[in-house]
Ligand binder design. Structure first.
Ligand code: AMP
Ligand code: ZN
Length: 113
């Protein structure tokens, strides 16, 4: 997708603070961090969001969760962390390229606001 912010970040056309990259996934620091660790994990494939994903994407979506766990281990988030998809306007989704938020490094409230 040419007109997608996160595709441009993955391609390196918009700068980001890269945390992780392999052939399937890319992870970078959120520009407006909501916790000491706030990393976005995105599949390199342009998928709009989880509700637009198909069974063909199942492995890739699962893989992004494992990348999040790997980053959490590297950050030593042994007291816990949260992974979140914001889906649609009620959840405040603003970017329409599937991304998993990894939040940690502070006490996270439940239920989330
Ligand atoms: P969401 O509300 O789930 O769609 O999350 C989009 C996230 O992308 C927000 O947490 C933003 O702070 C973050 N974001 C927007 N633009 C950038 C950018 N250029 N670099 C890094 N993170 C960004
Ligand atoms: Zn995209």
């Amino acid at each position: 997708m040419t007109d997608c912010l996160f595709c441009k970040i993955i391609a390196g056309n918009i700068p980001s603070k890269k945390v992780y990259e392999d052939d399937k996934a890319f992870a970078f620091e959120d520009i407006r961090p909501q916790a000491p660790t706030h990393v976005l994990i995105v599949p390199k494939k342009h998928i709009v969001d989880i509700k637009e994903a198909t069974e063909q994407d199942a492995e890739l979506i699962g893989y992004c969760n494992l990348v999040a766990a790997k980053i959490a281990r590297e950050r030593d988030l042994k007291h816990g962390y949260r992974t979140v998809y914001n889906v649609g306007p009620d959840a405040g989704q603003t970017v329409f390229h599937l991304h998993l938020h990894l939040l940690g490094g502070r006490q996270l409230h439940w239920p989330p606001g």
